[in-house]
Design a protein around this ligand. Structure first.
Ligand SMILES: CC(C)(COP(=O)(O)OP(=O)(O)OC[C@H]1O[C@@H](n2cnc3c(N)ncnc32)[C@H](O)[C@@H]1OP(=O)(O)O)[C@@H](O)C(=O)NCCC(=O)NCCS
Length: 205
């Protein structure tokens, strides 16, 4: 398996990446924003993405987005093809995109929003902390990216204060580097289910 910084030679994988994201959103039914092939192509060629390939087969992808005049960067769109899941690949991709973010944007706070326990675990181990949305970028273009998520109405209804996703932040000034620590799964699963009960119930009513 090769995990490399993406470039023009990887444009041919844009469609499979976009389809894998859409298929995963359908299966999981929540919390993944869709991305068109054109959107993926822009991320593949700007030097801010990593792609995992098994020979010439697509295995995984993640990209960096820059917000608020480089004060923030997000590691977004993490996807591992179903054929390559549960083998530690997402963890390697996450580490690689995190290192690229630190190298290219050493002053920036790194953040992500996710409903996925796997992603929360990986972020936590890299030194991210859970935070309220008010600590994340207020760049409207970042939040516009949530429009294609099926829970977008919740974000709108709460005036961007909360959603089913949890915000997580790595602050280079305060977070400890590569501290080996493990997320308490039970706490986060409980938090997720409380949020779902509160926010999804209101949605129906
Ligand atoms: C989430 C996803 C990227 C994980 O990829 P993966 O390569 O299977 O993950 P890894 O094998 O590297 O696992 C990393 C950690 O997450 C855990 N994990 C993996 N899938 C999990 C799940 N569904 N629920 C809870 N934990 C999970 C693993 O046990 C591992 O933890 P450990 O180090 O404590 O053992 C992959 O399932 C995927 O692409 N899903 C669809 C897209 C998605 O949800 N993206 C995230 C958007 S926010």
């Amino acid at each position: 398996m090769d995990i490399v910084i993406a470039n023009e030679s990887h444009i041919k994988y844009a469609t499979v990446i976009s389809e894998t994201i859409s298929d995963s959103a359908k299966v999981r039914g929540t919390g993944i924003a869709k991305r068109t092939p054109d959107y993926i192509i822009k991320r593949l060629v700007n030097g801010n993405a990593v792609i995992a390939l098994d020979g010439d087969k697509f295995a995984g992808f993640c990209y960096i987005e820059v917000w608020g005049h480089q004060k923030f960067v997000a590691n977004s769109g993490l996807i591992v093809h179903p054929d390559y899941r549960n083998q530690g690949l997402a963890k390697k991709i996450k580490k690689s995109i995190f290192e690229l973010s630190r190298k290219k944007f050493p002053e920036a706070k790194i953040f992500g929003i996710t409903t996925g326990l796997a992603v929360m675990k990986m972020n936590y181990e890299l030194g991210y902390k859970p935070v309220t949305f008010s600590e994340l970028t207020d760049d409207p273009d970042f939040w516009k990216g949530c429009q294609t998520c099926k829970n977008f109405d919740i974000l709108t209804r709460t005036e961007q204060k909360m959603c089913l996703c949890t915000g997580m932040l790595y602050d280079p000034a305060h977070s400890k580097k590569y501290e080996s620590r493990k997320l308490n799964n039970k706490t986060f699963s409980r938090l997720k289910s409380i949020k779902e009960q509160l926010l999804l119930k209101k949605k129906k009513g």
